[in-house]
Design a protein around this ligand. Structure first.
Ligand SMILES: NC(=O)C1=CN([C@@H]2O[C@H](COP(=O)(O)OP(=O)(O)OC[C@H]3O[C@@H](n4cnc5c(N)ncnc54)[C@H](O)[C@@H]3O)[C@@H](O)[C@H]2O)C=CC1
Ligand SMILES: O=C(CO)COP(=O)(O)O
Length: 337
């Protein structure tokens, strides 16, 4: 195991808070929360009532709303904002600590630029600086379980496999097991698209389609994820691992998934705006569905489940039952990825 370090966790939602708690078992952690009122409350009460209730913040986690203070003396930053905040956070990090290595832990595809997180990072990084030393942290990991120290396995992927291996050795813990990887595209597509399939699984379960249907959705969902990853330059085998199949199984079946919950509520006919307000957390599968369908058109590949979720999310006059019928009416085919 590596030395004790100083870590800056940037973003204090459910996932940032959970990672801060888990990392504080071995390291000194500063948790940056952009809202000063929320930061003060968390520092005083040692809880994140808004995003991760029932979890106590250990002494080794220092909460601050001051970005510079969070980064002062840090050996590594973990960016844990929603995907929509990644670019601005990377740009601010480059201004403050241009040499600091960092990981991003957000999942999704930007629906405007159709960009995976690593491209958002590259495009937000000043051209005048040497490229950042950075990678992605992803895999099947519900925040609450990580914060409760339940055994979890994740992937740390970077284009430079040696760099990934180095940080795995520094951060690995018996109950937060990290595997190094060098397929950033495959790992990111797995983390992004599983949320789209989780929405579909929630809809199917909400409609009472049964366990056979859920298994079919997971399997054909994995085929869609693999197809898109391949089109974008990822490797098939990555999607058979933690970042692909692992996270897909967790999110399509686990009651803690917010994206699955979006699907369950869509099945009741509730409007999307109401669902998102009720959720109170980010559901990255919603914007990512738009991006996935646009990328499928661009690359000439078929993503029937993602297309079905797209219709249900963004064509309010269409019901969950109608979308299901359209999916079931597809012509028979060979089973191929
Ligand atoms: N919650 C989980 O179990 C996991 C979440 N993730 C990913 O981590 C990312 C964050 O998710 P959660 O923390 O769960 O979301 P959340 O909805 O619980 O919290 C989001 C947090 O980010 C803050 N925020 C929003 N925009 C921001 C910005 N521009 N700059 C800084 N902070 C900003 C919000 O104030 C809030 O504190 C998402 O991409 C999610 O897919 C990944 C693995 C597990
Ligand atoms: O990414 C996650 C688990 O790996 C969390 O999924 P949800 O955002 O659907 O809760």
């Amino acid at each position: 195991m590596g030395a004790v370090m100083r870590l800056a966790v940037l973003g204090a939602g459910a996932w940032g808070t959970a990672l801060a708690v888990a990392m504080a078992q071995r390291h000194h952690v500063r948790l940056w929360c952009r809202d000063p009122v929320q930061a003060e409350l968390m520092a005083r009460e040692r809880h994140n009532h808004r995003y991760l209730p029932d979890v106590v913040l250990p002494e080794a986690v220092r909460v601050t709303a001051n970005f510079s203070e969070a980064l002062a003396g840090a050996d590594l930053a973990l960016i844990v904002t929603p995907l929509a905040g990644l670019g601005a956070t990377v740009a601010a990090l480059a201004r403050e600590r241009p040499n600091l290595p960092f990981l991003w832990a957000c999942k999704g595809i930007d629906p405007q630029r159709l960009a995976l997180p690593h491209r958002i990072v590259a495009e937000s990084w000043p051209a005048s600086l040497p490229p950042p030393r950075a990678g992605v942290l992803t895999g099947p990991s519900f925040a609450l379980e990580v914060a409760r120290n339940l055994p979890t396995a994740m992937v740390l992927a970077a284009a430079d496999a040696h760099w990934a291996k180095h940080w795995v050795e520094q951060l690995h813990q018996p109950r937060l097991r990290l595997y190094a990887h060098d397929d950033v595209v495959g790992a990111e597509v797995g983390g992004a698209l599983k949320n789209v399939i989780a929405i579909a699984a929630g809809v199917a379960d909400g409609l009472g389609c049964g366990l056979n249907a859920r298994a079919a959705l997971i399997t054909r969902g994995l085929a869609e994820i693999t197809r898109l990853a391949r089109a974008l330059g990822g490797r098939d085998e990555t999607l058979m691992g933690l970042a692909g199949m692992g996270d897909l199984i967790l999110t399509t079946t686990g009651q803690l998934s917010r994206n699955r919950r979006v699907g369950l509520m869509l099945a009741t006919g509730k409007p999307l705006a109401e669902i998102l307000a009720e959720l109170g957390h980010v559901a990255e599968g919603v914007p990512t569905t738009r991006a996935a369908v646009a990328l499928a058109h661009r690359h000439g590949i078929e993503l029937p489940i993602a297309e079905a979720v797209h219709r249900l999310l963004f064509e309010p006059e269409i019901s969950a039952e109608d979308v299901l019928e359209t999916l079931l009416a597809r012509d028979p085919k060979f089973e191929r990825v």
